[in-house]
Every structure is written in structure tokens, then in C-alpha cells.
Write a protein that binds this ligand. Structure first.
Ligand SMILES: NC(=O)c1ccc[n+]([C@@H]2O[C@H](COP(=O)([O-])OP(=O)(O)OC[C@H]3O[C@@H](n4cnc5c(N)ncnc54)[C@H](OP(=O)(O)O)[C@@H]3O)[C@@H](O)[C@H]2O)c1
Length: 338
């Protein structure tokens, strides 16, 4: 940090320059129980003061509601923020357990127009394919995304939860600025193939859920007991029943590191995610999600923490011991197809 603001990094070879930590905005409208709109707006403003410039949303978050919610903030700070949104996934409001995935060109064209309108911007800075529909060749999907760049509707392209092969095929069609995938102390499957491919191709990694959806902060253990009805985490195998209890015990080394340094568990988890950049040799911009100004400051401060080799060694075995998959259906992830 210089002048209290976080450092900057370029997303991929030709991507935008952003603060080295972004902000996940999903929870402001979707998935993690009730949100206070005023507090969420204050969080966005606080994030910008701290040098956080990459703001992550998707058309799927609350069926467009999250994009609409962010629109006034983006409009007020258009030149300072990098607007990242996604297409491909829809979650019917009347059945939140259902997922519809589409990657076909007519759908993409319809989705980008709808996002531009909801966000009320002329151009989307970073446009991600949110999930892969294997029925459509990736070259066709990225070909259409590249047309959107040429037409000035989108500046840079990203892909979420793609395999290494899908990433290579996509990058042969158009430069990819970033791959967004789950990556945390608890979820390291992408390190085997996706991360080395991204490094070779000059693509940045944007880890989502770097706090393990809040579990790594120690703020809840059993989602069914500790979280409100309708919270998405109540459907996730890792946070329920016997798995939740076993996984909570895995936080012991995170707590040891945190207590010795006088920092929070979440800060250790974020410092670990940030340090993947040095370990794997590529730009890494985690996007922790929060709706609280105090927490965004705490999270940004973690960009200043550099874990020692001893601390990293203590944290190294954790992921391999995690009980339960990160989604009920792993075909929804790159690891499930790799
Ligand atoms: N590409 C994809 O498929 C995909 C999937 C999931 C998420 N995402 C994106 O990634 C972003 C981040 O992931 P995520 O929100 O799932 O998980 P996360 O960042 O790992 O964790 C978010 C949770 O942690 C809590 N939290 C944040 N900072 C905290 C702190 N300092 N102390 C205690 N608790 C804290 C938040 O609660 P409060 O909000 O109440 O602070 C929230 O419940 C999302 O917002 C979304 O934009 C993308």
C-alpha cells in the first residue's frame, strides 16, 4: 500500500490495471441472506477509497438485481472503476436450486444488451463467460465475445470455471484477460492444470470465494444451524452435517498463524490467496465479497501481509483434508470436467 491505497496490477498481458484486490458484490443482492442497501453502498465507497477498483457482479445475481443495484455507484465513479460482469448462467427465482447454462451466440447477444442496460454503462470493462455449456464449442462462444469487443460493447474478455484445454482454445481466438475460479486455502483444484495454463498464456487469475464463502473467517460452522433460511451455503456439501464439523477443525493452523501475527483468520486466508501470485508466477486479484465497510478495510489490509515460508508450510496440508465437494454438482466447475 502507498498513501493507504492498495497496490495495482495488470490483469493479463493486455487487460486493465486494477487494485491487487477486488470486491465481490454478489452478496449485496443474492445468495448470502438479507443485505442492508445503505451499508452495501457505504462498502462500495470505502472500497474505492482503499484503491479497490475491480467490482465483480453477474447477470445471474438476483436475476439482474445486483447489476441494477451497482449501477448508480458505477455511474458516479465511471472513470475510476473496472466493471466486471458475466453471462451464461440463470437461476430461476422460483427454484433457486436450478441452474440453466447457455453459451450460444444469440443468447450472448441478448445477455450483453440486457447487462449494459441494467448497469447503465456504454461499455463493460471485463465480460466473463460465467459457466461452460459443453454443447457449444468454446471457439464459437469466444468468437461471439470477440465480436462484442470489436463492436465496442465490451473491452476485455474473461472466463469462469474453465478447464486448461478450454482456456487454451479460447485464447487462440482472442486474448483472455482473466480466469475467475474458486481458489482458497480450502479449494486448490485449479492449481493442477488451470493455473499453469493461465501463467503460460499470460492470463491473470481472479480467485472467487477466497474466504471460502466466509467459512475461513470462522464466522459460521454449520450452515444449516448458523445461517438464515434461503442462504445458498445451506446447500453446499462442505458446510453441512459431519463435513462442517470436520472442516471447522481444519481452521486450527489458520488460527495459529492469525494469533501469532495479531491479524484475523480472514486476513490470513486472503494473504495466502494473494501470495499465490509469487508462488505460481502470474497476476492474482482475489475478489472477497463483503457488505460491510469495516470488513472491506480489514480485507484490503491483508494485501500488506506476506506470509513466511514456515507459515505457508503450516497452511499447505489444509486443502487436501477438506471434507465434501465445493458444489453439489462438480460438473459445474472446471475440476469436474478435467
Ligand atoms: N464466478 C463464479 O462462479 C463465482 C461464484 C461465487 C462468487 N463469485 C464472486 O466472488 C465474490 C466473492 O466470493 P463469495 O462472496 O462467494 O465468498 P468469499 O469472498 O469467500 O466470502 C464472502 C463471505 O465472507 C464474509 N466476509 C467477508 N469479509 C469478512 C471479514 N473480514 N470477516 C468476516 N466475514 C467476512 C461475507 O459476509 P458479509 O458480506 O456479511 O461481510 C460473506 O458472507 C462474490 O461476491 C462474487 O462476485 C463468483
Amino acid at each position: 500500500m502507498t498513501d493507504g491505497r492498495i497496490e495495482k496490477v495488470r490483469l493479463g498481458t493486455d487487460g486493465p490495471e486494477v487494485g491487487v484486490q477486488g470486491l465481490g458484490c454478489m452478496g449485496m443482492s443474492f445468495a448470502y441472506g438479507p443485505a442492508d442497501a445503505g451499508e452495501s453502498r457505504a462498502t462500495l465507497e470505502r472500497a474505492l477509497e482503499l484503491g479497490i477498483t475491480l467490482y465483480d457482479t453477474a447477470d445471474a445475481y438476483g436475476a439482474g438485481e445486483n447489476e441494477r443495484f451497482l449501477s448508480p455507484f458505477f455511474k458516479a465513479h465511471r472513470d475510476e472503476v473496472v466493471v466486471a460482469t458475466k453471462f451464461a448462467l440463470s437461476i430461476p427465482p422460483d427454484d433457486p436450486t436450478k441452474r440453466i447454462i447457455r453459451n450460444d451466440p444469440p443468447y450472448i447477444r441478448q445477455a450483453v444488451e440486457a447487462s449494459l442496460k441494467r448497469l447503465d454503462v456504454d461499455v463493460i470493462d471485463l465480460y466473463y463467460m460465467h459457466r461452460r455449456d459443453v454443447a457449444v464449442p468454446i471457439e464459437e462462444t469466444v468468437g461471439t465475445m470477440a465480436e462484442l469487443v470489436r463492436e465496442g460493447k465490451v473491452k476485455h474478455l474473461g472466463l469462469s470455471e474453465v478447464t486448461a484445454d478450454e482456456l487454451r482454445a479460447a485464447a487462440a481466438v482472442h486474448p483472455i484477460a482473466a480466469v475467475q475460479s474458486e481458489w482458497s486455502l480450502f479449494s486448490r483444484d485449479i492449481e493442477a492444470k488451470v493455473v499453469p495454463a493461465a501463467r503460460d498464456l499470460g492470463v491473470a487469475l481472479v480467485p472467487y470465494s477466497p474466504l471460502g464463502r466466509g467459512f475461513l473467517t470462522g464466522s459460521f460452522v454449520n450452515a444449516e444451524k448458523d445461517l438464515t433460511d434461503g442462504d445458498f451455503r445451506r446447500q453446499q456439501p462442505r458446510f453441512t452435517g459431519e463435513n462442517a464439523r470436520a472442516n471447522a477443525a481444519l481452521l486450527a493452523p489458520v488460527r495459529t498463524v492469525a494469533e501469532a501475527r495479531g491479524v484475523s483468520l480472514g486476513q490470513v486466508a486472503l494473504a495466502w490467496a494473494q501470495q499465490r501470485a509469487a508462488v505460481h508466477g502470474l497476476p492474482v486479484v482475489p475478489i472477497p465479497g463483503t457488505r460491510k465497510p469495516g470488513r472491506v478495510a480489514e480485507n484490503a489490509a491483508a494485501t500488506r501481509i506476506v506470509l513466511t515460508e514456515e507459515e505457508l508450510a503450516l497452511l499447505e496440508p489444509v486443502a487436501a483434508k477438506v471434507a465434501g465437494d465445493r458444489y453439489p454438482d462438480m460438473a459445474f466447475t472446471s475440476a469436474g470436467r478435467e
